[in-house]
Structure formats: structure tokens, C-alpha cells
Design a protein around this ligand. Structure first.
Ligand code: SF4
Length: 400
């Protein structure tokens, strides 16, 4: 039996609004937004980025998940995995009775017509969607419109005989879902490149050819089945995971444009290279706000709040770390004391504990931002803890 799919909510927005506000809003953050995004407490002046936290896609996905739980109180409600990359939000949904198909003991194969499945903001693969459809589940699709735009571009590339080169992380749910869109066409090759270094390696192959076996070995699961670099790199369409560093996505596009122009001639470039603007505006706004914050305020340190597996948060931290000491923390508990902090350094895969993170005296200027999956209440809790830590150290001679 085909699935029922809810794509525009479940008409319960008003019914869940107060619950959402209670779970994720922060009066302190609302106050800061009305006070020029600045908070003063003791020796600390905190500057908040002008765009941070929940993006429109995440806001909508969480809203739909709450509506789903309300609409189907007697049914089993599942998520395919994390709805967004923030453990606090996922834990809240778990506590409300939503089950996660990637939890031990859960199985997508066991779902049937009585079950409800919420598809996350970053979407699911074509294969996964088809499976739920075959099983007759009721589906609540929260796939973000900005992700759908990328999918549309990828399908168009495939229909026109172009290989989709996706700037993204091959194990990220969104990139896997995007790549699967290429395969909807009978001949829809794709290749995922992580960064500039990988893009340059592919561009060298475009210009000069190379050892096919080495190429296949290097890109392994980042390619569509049967990918042939000698055949599939002559016509390239650029796409990206929406949460990548915008500047890097643009650089990757330029590298391919130049390489294909050199290989086939500038006059033939339209037959060999295509790109659509698939950078999500929320990601771009958060990155732009960090650039502005770093430009406008001299800072002693930057705090970036968000899940350690949140791609857009990692990129915000990466941008900040190039300019100022930066601490990517998951939540306020990471601010262990005025001396000790737990954080994930840029480029590291794990959380570490560091000491001496706060300058011991003098006026303290802190910048703060949060990834697109971080709710305001977490940001508010971090601000309060930062103020407590700053004031717990000896007062500066200036202020005393
Ligand atoms: S980061 Fe962009 S694409 Fe991803 S959910 Fe948010 S708005 Fe949508």
C-alpha cells in the first residue's frame, strides 16, 4: 500500500508552539538580540553573532516532529536517525516517545502500515524513501527546501549527461541523499569531493589524465557504482552539501571551471561545466555573521556552540580558529570551571580537556556563535556559565 506523506506539517503548529518555546527559547537570548547582540557582565563583554542557531530548515523539522508526536499519540513514531545534529534536541524527542531507527534493536525492515516515520531536514536516500513507501508507512517529510534545490540541480545534471561533483562529506546523511538523486537517471554518475585538495587531484586528472586504478582507489565509495574517470569527468555539474564552507564550495567550483576550460577550450565551457547556486542562505548568513563579528570586535576568544557532528558548526569553528583562540563546545557543561574547558579542537575528531582557557585578569572580550542545529536555550545557558566563570577569576586591576 503506498505511503501517506505529510510535506507541509500536520496543521498543529499552534498546538505545539508553547511546548517548543518552553524547550528551546531563551529569554536571555531574546534580550541580547534587543540589546545590539551584546551582553556585559562583570569584566566580560560578550558579542553575539547577528545570525546564529536554529536555521529555518531546522526550525521547521523540529516543529513537524513535535506536531507528529501530537497527531499520532497512539502510534509508533520513528526517526530515520538524528533529526538534526544536536544531542539535546534528539534526546528531547526520544523522551517524548519518538524512536530512532539507528538505535540498537530497532529495524526499518520491521515497520508497517501502522507506523509513522519522520524524515530529517537533510533528507533520506531515494532507496530509503522507496523502502518506506513499499512498507506503507505514514511519512512526515521535513526535508529542507534548500536541500531539495540541490537535489533538483543534481537530477538536471544527470538528465543532461553531466556528472554531479558534490562538495561534501561522503558519510553525511545529506550528501548520501543528494548523491542518490543522481542515480534516479539511468546514467547519473556522481563524485564527492571533500575539500580543495581532493578537488585539485580530480582537476589534475581532467587536465592530464592519470592512473585510473589509483584514482578509483583514492575515491572509493565517494563515486557512483561503475564510475570511470576517463569517461565521467568530461562534463561536470557542481553541487554541494548545504552546510559546507561557502568560500570553499565556490573555490571548488572555480577549480573545475578552469580545469575543464583548459582541457576543452574556453569557448566550449558551457558544454563541459555547469553550476547552480546551491549554497543555503542560512549557512551563508551564519558564516557572514562570523566574518563581521571578527572584523568589528577585537576578541580574546571565540566560543562556538553546537553538536560535535554538526558540519556547519565545525565550519564556523574553523573560520573563527583562523583568527582568534576558539573553543567549539557542545553545551554549557563543557565550561567546567574558570580554568578547565572541554571542547573539540578544529581538525580533531574527539573532545579534549584544556586548562587556562580564560585570560586570568583584565577586561574580557568574548565572541559567541552557534551552529544551525543549536537551540537558543543552550546558547543562553552558555552565556550564563561564561559570565559565572569570568567573574569567578580575580577581578581585573582596571575594574577593581
Ligand atoms: S542548514 Fe540550510 S539546508 Fe540545512 S536545514 Fe538549515 S536551512 Fe536547510
Amino acid at each position: 500500500m503506498p505511503s501517506v506523506i505529510f510535506r507541509k506539517g500536520l496543521d498543529l503548529k499552534a498546538a505545539v508552539a508553547s511546548e517548543l518555546a518552553q524547550d528551546y527559547r531563551s529569554a536571555l537570548v531574546d534580550e541580547l538580540k534587543a540589546s545590539d547582540y551584546t551582553h556585559r557582565s562583570g569584566r566580560m563583554t560578550l558579542h553575539l553573532a547577528r545570525e546564529f542557531g536554529f536555521c529555518y530548515g531546522v526550525d521547521r523539522a523540529v516543529d513537524y516532529a513535535y506536531q507528529t508526536r501530537r497527531k499520532f499519540p497512539d502510534k509508533r513514531v520513528f526517526l530515520t536517525g538524528e533529526i538534526i545534529h544536536n544531542p539535546h534536541v534528539n534526546d528531547k524527542l526520544r523522551a517524548s516517545g519518538v524512536r530512532f531507527l539507528d538505535d540498537p534493536g530497532e529495524s526499518a525492515a520491521a515497520l508497517g502500515t501502522d507506523d509513522v516515520v519522520i524524515l530529517p531536514a537533510f533528507g533520506v536516500t531515494v532507496g530509503t524513501l522507496a523502502q518506506f513507501d513499499r512498507q506503507g508507512c505514514t511519512l512526515v517529510d521535513t526535508t529542507c527546501g534548500s536541500v531539495l534545490n540541490v537535489w533538483k540541480a543534481v537530477r538536471r545534471y544527470a538528465e543532461h549527461g553531466f556528472t554531479s561533483v558534490i562538495h561534501g562529506k561522503i558519510h553525511h546523511e545529506e550528501t548520501r541523499a543528494t548523491a542518490s538523486q543522481a542515480l534516479k537517471s539511468p546514467r547519473g554518475p556522481f563524485l564527492v569531493v571533500l575539500d580543495r585538495v581532493e578537488a585539485e587531484a580530480v582537476c589534475r586528472y581532467i587536465r592530464h589524465g592519470g592512473d585510473r586504478a589509483v584514482f578509483l582507489e583514492a575515491f572509493g565509495e565517494a563515486m557512483s557504482p561503475g564510475f570511470d574517470p576517463d569517461r565521467d569527468l568530461s562534463r561536470v555539474g557542481l553541487a554541494n552539501q548545504t552546510t559546507m564552507l561557502m568560500t570553499e564550495s565556490l573555490e571548488v567550483g572555480d577549480l573545475f571551471r578552469v580545469a575543464l576550460g583548459e582541457r576543452y577550450g574556453a569557448e566550449a565551457i558551457d558544454d563541459h561545466f555547469r553550476a547552480f547556486d546551491t549554497i543555503c542562505s542560512a549557512t551563508q548568513d551564519r558564516q557572514d555573521a562570523v566574518v563581521a563579528l571578527l572584523r568589528e570586535h577585537p576578541l580574546d576568544l571565540m566560543v562556538v556552540v553546537g553538536g560535535y557532528n554538526s558540519s556547519n558548526t565545525l565550519n564556523l569553528a574553523r573560520m573563527c580558529a583562523e583568527r582568534v583562540p576558539t573553543y567549539h563546545i557542545a553545551d554549557d557543561d563543557c565550561l567546567v570551571s574558570p580554568v578547565e574547558i572541554r571542547h573539540r579542537p578544529v581538525g580533531s575528531k574527539a573532545e579534549v580537556a584544556s586548562s587556562g582557557w580564560l585570560p586570568p585578569s583584565g577586561p574580557l572580550r568574548v565572541g559567541l556563535t552557534a551552529g544551525a542545529s543549536t537551540p537558543d536555550n543552550l546558547v543562553g545557558a552558555v552565556i550564563l556559565r561564561l559570565a559565572a566563570c569570568a567573574d569567578a577569576l580575580p577581578p581585573s586591576p582596571v575594574n577593581s
